[in-house]
Design a protein around this ligand. Structure first.
Ligand SMILES: [Zn+2]
Length: 444
């Protein structure tokens, strides 16, 4: 197996909850797809190493993990702005999504993967359509992904079978980088029977569920009014919470839902602060969930609502919004923010024993961040810089599964110019909105 050494970097460590440290002058030895050793620079003989990645002055971090996205939606970036949630769905996104072809999804995914690699994101839990094409794009890009083919109750249960076929075909593919889940859209777009069938498929395949639920307080309220249950109660009752589950948003989770989530087998909540700020909805109750031991992870959602797939921005907004909402600068301190970005996000995906730490035996999903830019100087506090100052362009080098995907800002697996060209071709066609031609109606 080929070996690589990341030479002379600083390593982010979180020795215990609430603590963060940077160990300077470290070498990371990678064998195949795993981290084999971390030693002080100079302690290893280099003549046996196949490749040296110089990293003096850089911080080595685990690759960032996006716990909920619809990456091909970069195709709709900027097309649904300054509108409330209902109009966002009914007048913009769902009409435009009726224009999508699987070829569009493929190139949209490639464009998104370029953006992700360029800002240090190595794993995404993605929830969209034509996911076999997204899987192909991920396979080529070299990143890691948890993929679920989105389905609506209105498509009928045959659609669930199709999504299950996809899940079966792609689970553990691309050298183990791709795993799959069943991805019913949400309790307000899928009836209970449909959700129960989704559970049956997931159980048969031994995989989990990725679903939007309690996306905002008004959804929870209308669920209580129309059926007397919160969306989280619906997840519990339909058996979803008996399986590993990624819940997108959960901004409408009520205090009485928390106990149900605690009883769940393995559940985590994806938090996408920029989307909530732009749509003017509530925030995920991060503190209450974490106090109850339920992991919360960072997310961007799709770029149609979030504008970018930049998780450093999500990290910064998450932290600042907690301080703002509680009017308390001691809320969500730097160490906790970094703990959510790595430990929290990987736990939401059930991958916390494989990625998210720079540790011997963990998968080599690593990024090198350059903190020498003017906006970090003088560098008194690298951990604070990582949360509050980093720009995507500070990410210099990205590895996933031991493979270099970008080095010194040069992409190694994707052809950016060609991808831009392909996406341009479909731009105008995708933006067309035909009244009443939409894939769904938002009416929770
Ligand atoms: Zn979403």
């Amino acid at each position: 197996m080929r070996t690589k050494i990341i030479q002379n970097c600083g390593i982010l460590r979180q020795p215990e909850a609430g603590k963060v440290a940077i160990d300077e002058g470290q070498d990371v030895l990678i064998r195949g797809n795993k981290i084999e050793q971390i030693v002080p620079t100079g302690a290893l003989a280099l003549d046996q190493v196949d490749e040296i990645i110089p990293a003096r002055g850089m911080i080595c971090l685990p690759g960032l993990v996006n716990t909920h996205a619809h990456i091909p939606m970069v195709l709709f970036r900027g097309l649904a702005e300054d509108v409330p949630v209902e109009r966002w769905f009914n007048d913009f996104i769902w009409p435009m999504e009726s224009n999508l072809t699987e070829e569009d999804v493929y190139w949209g995914a490639q464009l998104a993967l370029v953006e992700m690699i360029e800002c240090g994101v190595t794993t995404v839990a993605d929830h969209y359509f034509y996911m076999d094409r997204v899987a192909e794009a991920v396979e080529q890009a070299g990143t890691r992904a948890v993929l679920g083919w989105a389905s609506f109750g209105s498509q009928g249960e045959a659609m669930l079978e199709r999504t299950a076929e996809f899940a079966e075909k792609w689970h553990h593919q691309a050298n183990g980088r791709i795993t799959t889940v069943i991805a019913p859209h949400a309790p307000y777009t899928c009836d209970d029977g449909f959700l129960k069938t989704a559970v049956t498929h997931a159980k048969q395949l031994g995989i989990g569920i990725h679903i939007h639920a309690a996306e905002n307080v008004s959804q929870t309220r209308s669920s209580l009014e129309t059926r007397g249950q919160t969306p989280i109660q619906v997840l519990a009752e339909t058996g979803i919470l008996d399986l590993p589950t990624i819940i997108a948003h959960g901004c409408g989770i009520l205090p009485e839902d928390i106990q149900l989530l605690q009883q769940a087998k393995q559940v985590g909540v994806a938090h996408a602060p920029k989307t909530y700020l732009k749509l003017g909805v509530e925030l995920t109750p991060i503190a209450a969930l974490r106090e109850a031991g339920i992991p919360v992870g960072l997310a961007t959602d799709g770029a149609a609502s979030n504008s970018t797939l930049d998780l450093f921005e999500a990290l910064r907004l998450m932290t600042m919004m907690q301080k703002f909402v509680y009017q308390d600068p001691e809320q969500l301190p730097i160490a906790t923010a970094l703990e959510i970005a790595f430990g929290g996000s990987t736990a939401v995906l059930g991958l916390e024993k494989a990625i998210g730490q720079i540790k011997e035996g963990f998968l080599a999903d690593l990024i090198l961040v350059d903190l020498s830019g003017t906006h970090h100087q003088p560098l008194h506090n690298p951990a604070a810089s990582l949360v509050f100052n980093v720009q995507p362009t500070d990410v210099q080098t990205v590895l996933c599964n031991g493979q270099i995907l970008m080095q010194d800002r040069q992409l190694k697996t994707l052809d950016k110019a060609h991808i831009f060209q392909q996406v341009q071709k479909s731009m105008q066609r995708l933006a067309v909105r035909v009244p009443d031609k939409r894939i769904q109606l938002y009416n929770p």
